[in-house]
Design a protein around this ligand. Sequence first.
Ligand SMILES: [Zn+2]
Length: 429
Amino acid sequence: MTHLKTLVRALPVAVAAGLVTAGSLLAQTAAVAPPSSARITKEIAWLADDAREGRGVNTAGLDQAADFIADAFADIGLEPGGTDGYFQTFQLDPNSPALAHTDFGGATVKNVVGILRGSGTLAGEVVVLGAHYDHLGHGDHGYESSSRDTAKVKGIQNGADDNASGTVALIETARSLAARTAPDRRTFVFVAFTAEELGAIGSAYYVEHPAIPLDSTDVMLNFDMVGRLSGDSLTVGGTGSAEELPTALDRANVKYRLNLGMQADPWGSSDHAVFYAKGIPVLHFYTQLHQDYHTAADDWDKINMAGVAEIVGLASDVAWNLATRPDEVTYVAFERPAPPAGGKRASLGTMPDMVSSGLEGMRVQGVREGTAAAEAGIKAGDVILKIGDVVVKDVYGLQEALTTYKTGETVTIVFLRDGERMETKATLK
Ligand SMILES: [Zn+2]
């Protein structure tokens, strides 16, 4: 997941309470073998191995991961959907503002695209499934600003949860769907996106160069960070983007009994938002942030492999339902979040601790050099209570403060350091 937007995104989770009889859906899927946790473990461990170099742009590890995905698509029997076999190769635009402070302009990258042709009267319509396979590399060359590691603990950012887990979920969902048949079924397009961490660049390229024209695409399902299933709680974003999506999820979940937290809002911090911006309903499967998010500690041995298998099962059944229903789902418009007033968003330069400490305030995990926070003397471990007039109860309070105040404004920051209440002034950048 992309770092900054993530902070803005997550909203309180509403727990879905709908219960629907299992009926024909269970009968339809009963013959399909459950995904194998052993294979999932092997695949995630391989993608998140140090040898993949954190799957950063301009690393050999990123290309190895692309080859791995293409081989899996071939093994499953997907038709190549790229311009060079399964690969959709392109150059990162050196003039892109997203790349201004990186070494990545002009780099060659690739999405990996596989197609499972539909059948009967629905074959001309498309369900897209996607997951990004890139991550933060070594946390340098332009990835520094996304990494939450402080200088002391830098290392290869393996991104096991973000997003080896989603990449493998995509592969295993393809495997599950390829084993099913129906007389009338929509075509599935599976896309492993590149350069998501630099701002959803791979998915933005895909929607401008789709394997099958986008106006045939009914719905898009995205896996981004599905590796930390805890208490069977799975968040699904975008459930409000089509009228039928909550029911489709509830029906499939009769078999899995996960605690589904449905978030209606389809805008968010990952590739699905790019599809939603094109008028396509979306779902985003994810298992929430954790303290290893965007650090070198996001490793494969912390992944709930059986949980990934459960999510693959659920997502496969949802995708099958969406691909075989007679009618298209009904798109619902959500207003795009407003960009910050006055152009550039103000920045403080703190890396928030994403794990709720039970304290009021926002605990600072790290401070980036040369930022407003660094100049104001804020340090890792401080708990910010107030910025200007904005009371900061958690990370969302920080976001609110940064939309209230503008670049160049000086604000008083009230914070706790070792339990002592202190104040400083910071000029936002
Ligand atoms: Zn990420």
